[in-house]
Ligand binder design. Structure first.
Ligand code: CU
Length: 148
């Protein structure tokens, strides 16, 4: 058996401890920077459904023009795109299906954060999936209400 000198272990532990401290400091800085931005967590699930914890059907309400941070967790359904995205997330204005600028996201497996701005025009919108993720893809949607 090879003996690892104690000093190596000590060095290793020190490196780990400073990494942890740095990560904590970064997290704190990020939290401080985004204090005024509402965070909304969404799951784009493996059964081709958007889900929001605590809600029977996924609906979010935004103020017109409001800055929001979406934290989206994506889990692969049956299929994925060639670029590795497993679901999409595109916002459409419900009355005419017009796409909302900047709200056309491709979701890769895992957690991703997006800084976005709510549409300036109040009304009803909905999110649709843009990746043919499974046979349930066509029904993958959620409602977004934009209030004045
Ligand atoms: Cu889909």
């Amino acid at each position: 058996m090879k003996v690892i000198p104690a000093c190596f272990i000590a060095l290793f532990l020190t490196a780990c401890a400073s990494d942890a401290a740095q990560t904590a400091a970064q997290t704190e800085a990020q939290t401080a920077a985004s204090t005024n931005v509402r965070t909304i967590e969404i799951l784009a699930d493996k059964d081709s459904q958007y889900k929001i914890e605590g809600k029977a059907s996924p609906t979010i309400t935004l103020h017109a023009g409001e800055a929001v941070k979406l934290v989206i967790t994506a889990k692969k359904a049956k299929n994925m795109n060639r670029d590795g995205s497993v679901h999409g997330f595109a916002l459409l204005r419900s009355k005419d299906g017009a796409k909302v600028a900047n709200w056309n996201l491709l979701l890769h497996p895992g957690v991703q954060e997006f800084q976005l701005q709510a549409p300036s025009e109040p009304g009803e919108y909905h999110v649709v999936c843009t990746v043919i993720c499974s046979s349930g893809h066509e029904d993958m949607s959620m409602t977004v209400i934009v209030t004045a």
